[in-house]
Design a protein around this ligand. Structure first.
Ligand code: NDP
Ligand SMILES: CCCCCCCCCCCCCCCC(=O)OCC(=O)COP(=O)(O)O
Length: 324
């Protein structure tokens, strides 16, 4: 139709007519369809999140806390998990004040447990099912990072990072899955990292735990498809949180430094919004990173040799900077 109109109008020398008879309606039509699509998407997302029981680990700070605010604002019923009861209660107070102002918001409840203790994790899952009945969305967010050389790092540190970032979340997920399968409904989310896709020097334990996370939840997604349970893996780049400050070092002590990369990262509120949208749209995975980290992820697959050269040079530079 467009071709015909084009020929006809060129023939008559009426280019302006062509614009008004074919191109403008086509553009307006596309815009209309796009706007309608977005509206339907937003309505579906709202329905999915409103009143949904959402469990968030690591809700006491950083990204977990911001996810709690975002899902609470979307009308979800929150179960906030953490190790520090006082900080969880502070957040409950903050969110409850908002819940009082809107009938679409709910007062959250809390569960205290340490993810590195599998027994505690399993009984926390039982407690949640007992008190709220079911879980619609589980957000495995809690985690710790690490700084150190492989040579200096004791196995206890490797194990601690794996317990918190990998074994804890998978134990929690496994404990909640049977009830999701019974209902043929549920959504498992995990906050991984760019370092779940590429390994950078002096992060061995952390990168390994995030690679394991990526692998486990990719398997889970495939296995859960028949039960209509969704799995979303979120892989952020640097976020402005206390992750580096709380990181564990080679000897098991706290790193205690706010890194420059962390300060220059995205805000936790911004990433929480990405998590909310990814969940609402049932995305399978999302990479939330800038140009260089994104290119590095592709480079690792397309030209591993070049990627390894970059990483070796990065290790040399970092070691030199530390020594001088
Ligand atoms: N910040 C960043 O640059 C990036 C972060 N991420 C990931 O985001 C997630 C959230 O981290 P972020 O908010 O940045 O960092 P924070 O240090 O601010 O938050 C980490 C959260 O995890 C909790 N946590 C740590 N260890 C345990 C444990 N053993 N049991 C239970 N809870 C625990 C902490 O609780 P407590 O208050 O008790 O310590 C805290 O609530 C992590 O999985 C991290 O790997 C991914 C990419 C980049
Ligand atoms: C053709 C050009 C390719 C250029 C690629 C060159 C290599 C660039 C290196 C980029 C490395 C990015 C690392 C990003 C790491 C990251 O974002 O990690 C997120 C975290 O989990 C942060 O945790 P941490 O404890 O490390 O602060």
């Amino acid at each position: 139709m467009l071709k015909l109109a084009f020929k006809k109008n060129i023939h008559k020398g009426k280019l302006m007519d062509l614009t008004f008879t074919a191109i403008v309606p086509l553009l307006l039509g596309s815009l209309g369809i796009f706007a309608l699509f977005r509206l339907l998407q937003r309505m579906r997302m709202r329905a999915y999140l409103q009143d949904a029981v959402v469990v968030i680990t690591g809700a006491t700070s950083g990204l977990g806390k911001e996810c709690a605010k975002a899902f609470h604002a979307a009308g979800s019923r929150l179960v906030l998990c953490g190790r520090n009861g006082e900080r969880l209660q502070d957040l409950v107070q903050e969110l409850s004040a908002k819940a009082n102002q809107s009938k679409n918001m709910h007062k959250p409840c809390t569960v205290i447990f340490d993810l590195s203790d599998t027994k505690m994790v399993v009984s926390a899952a039982e407690e949640i099912l007992k008190s709220v009945g079911h879980v619609d969305i589980l957000i495995n967010n809690a985690g710790i990072s690490y700084r150190g050389t492989i040579l200096d790092t004791g196995m206890d540190v490797d194990k601690k990072v794996m317990e918190t970032n990998y074994f804890g979340p998978i134990a929690f997920t496994k404990a909640l899955l049977p009830s999701m399968i019974k209902r043929q409904q549920g959504h498992i989310v995990v906050i991984s990292s760019v370092q779940g896709k590429i390994s950078i020097p002096f992060r061995s334990a952390y990168a390994a735990s995030k690679h394991a996370t990526q692998a486990f939840f990719d398997c889970l997604r495939a296995e859960m498809e028949q039960y209509e349970i969704n799995v979303t893996v979120v892989s952020p780049g640097y976020i402005q949180t206390n992750l580096s400050v709380n990181a564990v070092t080679a000897d098991g002590s706290r790193y205690g430094v706010m890194d420059k990369n962390t300060i220059e990262g995205r805000t936790a509120a911004e990433v929480a919004q990405v998590v909310l949208n990814a969940v609402g749209q049932k995305k399978k995975e999302v990479l939330v990173a800038g140009l260089m980290p994104s290119l590095a992820v592709y480079l690792r697959t397309l030209s591993p040799r070049l990627f390894f050269t970059f990483m070796a040079s990065r290790a040399r530079k970092e070691r030199k900077a530390k020594d001088s």
